[in-house]
Design a protein around this ligand. Structure first.
Ligand SMILES: [Ca+2]
Length: 321
């Protein structure tokens, strides 16, 4: 038996979030303790449905607790990425009767799960950082109790996606992101650019290979990625983008990381044109490093990992249409 990694995935479940959840649900190295939901990509209730759909297609519906978290950013109104993701699951639905989320709020679940085994739980944060920042504010021991916080967000001195300057997760709740980077966590960052755009895009031949697997998971992948693929192509990206599943993958398989470096990361909350910009300082500006930023991965190995994951035979618990 491989050694397992206890983790929670904090997610605004749409498109690649679903694939990250599949890694948490099906990778033998993952001990997924809970899924916590945060306002982000699409309508909150759609995100919750997408998380249930993902557990279902993995054959694990009802086995992993799903906790509902913050329904809007700390200070600002919520802004969606529905223009990118549609409903986040390619129009898939299923009967959700009895699929009740846990009564405990996501922030309390994060605090409790970290406190139960201090220094052992890792968190994969692949949405806006609202839940994580709220946990920081609520429990002074939370930062110390978390082993490592893996964050998908920002760009490393490169272009954003929702604006020229900013990546979506940090843009939506910049105050939360700023709070989290100032909190003292052990943080690993998977940035949007250049890393994701250079190394975590699956082009058409790869998408064809995945579709040819013809498993329930591969069919699910193709459907949930379809809307985003159309958007990505409209903005000049030649395939589907996988920053969230990469974030889960590098926690579970650190050997995928071939280059990383220590940075001081801070997030712009006051700029006129740069809301949510991640200022990643590379060590020459007299600032103490507070995060490890991944700069390069073994891209063929990451693709092989996802393809292998999607080849896993599963029996969905309920029919999906
Ligand atoms: Ca996400």
């Amino acid at each position: 038996m491989p050694e397992t990694t206890p983790l929670v995935i904090d997610t605004d479940t749409a498109q690649d979030d679903c694939i990250a959840l599949l890694a948490g649900l099906l990778d033998p190295r993952a001990d997924l303790r809970a899924v916590t939901m945060v306002a982000g990509n699409v309508d909150f209730d759609h995100q919750v449905r997408n998380a249930h759909l993902t557990c279902n297609v993995a054959g694990r519906l009802g086995e992993v607790p799903i906790h509902l978290g913050c329904r809007r950013p700390m200070v600002r109104p919520w802004e969606s990425a529905e223009n990118v993701h549609g409903d986040g699951a390619g129009g898939l639905t299923m009967d959700l009767t009895g699929c009740e989320p846990e009564p405990e709020h996501a922030v309390d679940a994060l605090i409790r799960l970290a406190a139960e085994n201090p220094g052992e739980l890792s968190i994969v944060a692949i949405g806006p950082l609202t839940n994580i920042a709220t946990a920081v504010v609520k429990d002074p021991d939370f930062v110390r109790n978390v082993k490592t916080l893996y964050v998908m967000g920002g760009s490393n001195n490169a272009r954003g996606n929702i604006t020229a300057a900013a990546e979506f997760n940090f843009y939506v709740d910049p105050e939360a992101a700023k709070t989290v980077f100032a909190a003292g966590f052990e943080i690993v960052v998977v940035p949007w650019a250049p890393l994701t755009l250079d190394q975590a895009v699956f082009d058409q031949p790869k998408l064809d290979e995945i579709a040819a697997l013809a498993t329930p998971l591969a069919d699910f992948f193709t459907k949930v990625c379809a809307a985003t693929l159309e958007f990505d192509r409209s903005v000049g990206i030649d395939g589907t983008t996988h920053p969230d599943s990469l974030t889960a993958a590098v926690l579970l398989h650190p050997e995928l990381v071939t280059r990383s470096a220590r940075y001081h990361v801070d997030v712009e909350t006051a700029g006129e044109l740069t809301r949510g910009y991640a200022a990643m300082s590379w060590g020459v500006h007299g600032l103490e490093p507070n995060a490890t930023v991944i700069e390069e991965i073994d891209a063929p190995a990451f693709y092989a990992y996802i393809k292998n994951l999607l080849a896993t035979p599963t029996t969905p618990v309920r029919e999906m249409a």
